[in-house]
Design a protein around this ligand. Structure first.
Ligand code: CTP
Ligand code: CA
Length: 228
């Protein structure tokens, strides 16, 4: 990894960023996944690095190139993502932009599941995945001082995101409308609301890289205030 800048407003700070989907294995050839492109998370990692931050990007499978100046850790499942994040602690900042699969198949088959010819469907039992954002936000001894989550919603965006922030105990939530008509999933633009305790900022429709730059700048301003 090459350092991007000699010094910037986040020099000396460390961040963990999660990005992309997770893949949850069903058997050796199949998995459960989602449409996350990783564009927003990767852009945030790049923007933080440009401000001098030491960034560990923990990402599920994506087509996105590794951003410059960032430590990239590639994982597949939610459980691996959690482990990689725990290993990257301590950190000052955590930004959870990954679209973590909420469920995995309880027991991964060790051989490819086969049709048995009787028309019987396999009985896939699901288990809930660990919540990485909530784990970092509620970490006993190594909670990053600023924890930022995303809330992908298709309706009542601000209401749901505000409740999510409180439930997970993170500091900020970047709320975005992912209903199919917005083109957010896989697209290059995002219309977000930044929700903090008793505060909500509506941002205009921006490129994901602009959302990332703006969020990184906000984070830098916040870390500076924290120090003063
Ligand atoms: N998240 C996470 N680990 C999970 C699920 C979600 O770290 N197992 C994080 C996401 O990265 C995001 C935030 O939690 O920052 C909210 O994700 P979202 O899917 O919107 O919320 P959920 O709590 O999973 O609730 P639901 O999908 O039911 O709306
Ligand atoms: Ca979810």
């Amino acid at each position: 990894k090459k350092r991007l800048t000699g010094s910037g407003p986040l020099t000396g700070k460390k961040a963990i960023v999660t990005s992309g989907p997770t893949h949850e294995p069903i058997d050796p050839v199949r998995y459960i996944a989602n449409r996350s492109s990783g564009k927003q998370g990767h852009a945030i990692a790049a923007s933080l690095a440009k401000l001098g931050c030491d960034v560990t990007l923990v990402s599920g499978p994506t087509q996105e190139p590794a951003p410059n100046g960032v430590d990239l850790i590639k994982i597949e499942s939610a459980r691996d993502m959690l482990q990689a994040c725990e290993n990257a602690l301590p950190a000052d900042i955590a930004v959870c932009a990954a679209a973590v699969a909420d469920w995995r198949v309880d027991i991964e088959a060790d051989q490819k599941l086969k049709k048995d010819g009787s028309g019987q469907m396999p009985d896939l039992k699901l288990a809930e995945n660990p919540d990485i954002l909530a784990t970092l936000s509620q970490h006993k001894d190594k909670r990053p001082s600023l924890v930022v989550g995303f809330a992908a919603e298709t309706e009542k965006v601000i209401e749901h995101a505000t409740a999510k922030r409180e439930r997970k105990n993170c500091d900020w939530i970047v709320a975005n409308d992912v209903s199919p008509s917005t083109g957010t999933f896989g697209g290059n633009e995002n219309t977000v609301h930044l929700i903090a305790k008793n505060q909500c900022e509506d941002w205009p429709r921006l490129c994901k890289s602009e959302v990332a730059d703006r969020l990184a700048q906000k984070i830098a301003d916040h870390m500076k205030e924290d120090q003063e």
